[in-house]
Structures are given as C-alpha cells and as structure tokens.
Design a protein. Structure first.
Length: 206
C-alpha cells in the first residue's frame, strides 16, 4: 500500500518563523494573482494546511499587512550593497548598486500595486513585524550610508561631498520609472549621467 505524502511539517518552528514561511510563499502568488489569491493556494505553496495560515494570521488583511512589511524590508538589499567590492571602478560599483536597488524597488512597487488594485490603500494595522515609521527612516538612512560607502574611495575626485552625492544618486534611482509610456531608463545610462552629466563634452567644447 502506497503511503500518501503528508503536508510538510516544521517541528520546533516558532510562531515568527511560521509567519515568515507563509509570507515567503504568499509574496510570489500575490504578484502573480493579485489580492484574489486564496489562503488555500498559499497553504499549498507553503506545504501546510490552510488552518495553519489562520493560526498564524487572524485574517487575510493581517497576512497582506505582513506581505507589505516584508516587501518594504531592505535587509537583503543592504547586504548586497555591502558586498559590492570597493576595488572596482566607481562606475561598476554604482551600476551594481543601481541594479540591486532597482530590483528591490520593483518588487516593492509590484506588491503595493497589486494590493491597491484589489482595493487596499495601505496597511490596516501597521507593519506586522512591529516596526514603526522610525524603522523605515532608519532603513533609508542605512541605504544612504551604503551608497556613501561605495562613493568614499573616490571622495577626493568628486565635485561634491559623498554624503550629498549619495542623496542625489538615490533620488535619480527613485525617479527611474516615469515619463512617456512609463519607459525605464537603463541603470547604466543613469550611472553615466550621474557621473558625467547631461552635456556632451565634445559639444561643450565647440
């Protein structure tokens, strides 16, 4: 007699780990199906019973709040920025950083977009991980410091303080999407304009 495979169980998993596992399963489904995705689909993707979802979260709204909180977290992107080698040329460092930050912003925008399309207008109870606005401000400051680190080796060659340039660089990235047809400017172009300006040196010389 063939034994029917059971759902995956996670002995010893605490409540927070279980919530994070469910959110990790929910995020790609949320992006693919929007807020119409069912808790049954999420449970199947997580390898658990649907009842476990509702033991971890009071309702779908609380689960969506946790998904938004996870999308806004920038721990992973900061780790990637911190891993960019400083012995690369400045343009290579900034291009790698821009690509990393763009992927993060895209993921965050997609999650927020599909929830808004489903009628939600933000978190109902605030971030599920308990972080407050101060936590987001701290995350922004950590991102700023990560970009400063990438600029620091070339401080002496730059026209403005690296602290100011980091703000300009992040501002350019935030505005990358927009304009006619919502076309996106390649990160390589943004880095080139950031480093060399918009005026062609050959034209300026004539």
């Amino acid at each position: 007699m063939t034994e029917t495979p059971g759902r995956r169980r996670a002995p010893g998993m605490n409540a927070q780990d279980r919530r994070e596992m469910i959110v990790a399963a929910a995020l790609p489904l949320l992006v693919e199906h929007g807020s119409a995705v069912t808790t049954q689909q999420i449970a199947r993707a997580a390898g658990i019973g649907e009842a476990t979802v509702f033991r971890a979260f009071a309702d779908k709204d609380e689960l969506w709040d946790a998904c938004v909180s996870a999308a806004l977290r920038n721990d992973l992107v900061l780790a990637e920025l911190d891993a960019v080698p400083l012995d690369q040329p400045l343009a290579a460092r900034l291009t790698e950083a821009a690509a990393t930050l763009h992927a993060y912003l895209d993921r965050m925008g997609t999650v927020l977009g599909v929830l808004r399309a489903g009628g939600r207008r933000g978190e109902r109870r605030g971030p599920a991980d308990g972080s407050a606005t101060g936590g987001r401000a701290a995350a922004v400051e950590r991102t700023h410091q990560a970009v400063i680190r990438l600029l620091e080796p070339d401080r002496a060659a730059l026209r403005l303080p690296v602290e100011q340039l980091a703000v300009v660089f992040l501002g350019i990235l935030m505005g990358r999407r927009g304009g006619h047809g919502d076309a996106e400017t390649p990160v390589e172009t943004l880095v080139d304009v950031f480093l060399h300006g918009v005026v062609d040196p050959a034209s300026a010389a004539t």
